[in-house]
Design a protein around this ligand. Structure first.
Ligand SMILES: Nc1ncnc2c1ncn2[C@@H]1O[C@H](COP(=O)(O)OP(=O)(O)OP(=O)(O)O)[C@@H](O)[C@H]1O
Length: 234
């Protein structure tokens, strides 16, 4: 059994079925990619798993316990953290304050300092978040999520609009989190190339359904995947 098991998950908006009976699992201590064309239901899937949207049906089991439609805060407390497409940092707070503002029972200063080391931003600790580059804001957003020490991290397009140097830093951070801290990562991205570099497995979503799950090479070579993207997979 995976750390995350999604079964028959559904959600519609009016006449649009965004997630259509999706079943997928994520293995513990893996990096799994979630890829699919625009509007295929990737973000809605994250919203359903993390409790920011209510489902119309199906189940989400995390770490052996059903969490379907629990409140986002409860799900986060259970150890399932997420980031959003736009890094949700507080612009007018410093990097350090952005970490300390997260509600946790643990020793916040110790954890914040540890995370500043992990994202290599000790030198920016007193910079305002609004003065960081887009990529640094992504790193800070991930670090904020890590304040609660989640076992599973859902990352929504962490490489989007980030310069290549920082993309490599983010990639390295994710590998470190899995290999050294035993975390599990599920990551949405449009770019097959980017995901192929770090993912153990990739789930392809089309029209709110799983088209395929496999290692990056198998996914890249699959004819259905190539057809669904109409040659759009880089
Ligand atoms: N709050 C909402 N209200 C109405 N329709 C929505 C809402 N959220 C998503 N949708 C619709 O559901 C479908 C799936 O959207 P979703 O954002 O999950 O796709 P996505 O794969 O994440 O897309 P993208 O790659 O463009 O971010 C789309 O048709 C979208 O327009």
């Amino acid at each position: 059994m995976g750390i995350l098991e999604v079964e028959g998950l559904k959600r519609s908006f009016g006449g649009v079925t965004a997630v259509d009976g999706l079943s997928m699992s994520v293995e513990e201590e893996s990096i799994t990619g979630l890829i699919g064309p625009n509007g295929s239901g990737k973000s809605t899937t994250f919203n359903l798993i993390s409790g920011t949207l209510e489902s119309d049906g199906g189940t989400v089991v995390f770490d052996g316990e059903e969490i379907t439609d629990e409140k986002p805060y409860t799900i986060a407390r259970r150890g399932l953290g997420r980031t959003f497409q736009q890094a949700r940092v507080f612009d007018e707070m410093t990097v350090y304050e952005n970490l300390l503002v997260v509600q946790t029972d643990d020793d916040k200063d110790a954890r914040a300092n540890e995370l500043l080391g992990l994202i290599e931003m000790h030198d920016e600790r007193n910079s305002f978040a609004q003065d960081l580059s887009g990529g640094q804001q992504v790193l800070l957003g991930i670090a904020r999520t890590l304040m609660l020490d989640p076992d599973l991290l859902l990352l929504d397009e962490p490489f989007a609009g980030v310069n290549p140097g920082l993309v490599a830093d983010i990639r390295q951070l994710l590998v470190t989190l899995v290999e050294e801290e035993g975390k599990t990562v599920l990551i949405i991205d449009h770019e097959m190339d980017e995901l192929s570099k770090i993912c153990d497995e990739i789930v392809v979503l089309v029209d709110g359904k799983k088209l395929l799950k496999g290692d990056p090479e198998a996914v890249r070579e699959d004819e259905d995947v190539q057809r669904s993207y109409l040659g759009g997979l880089q």
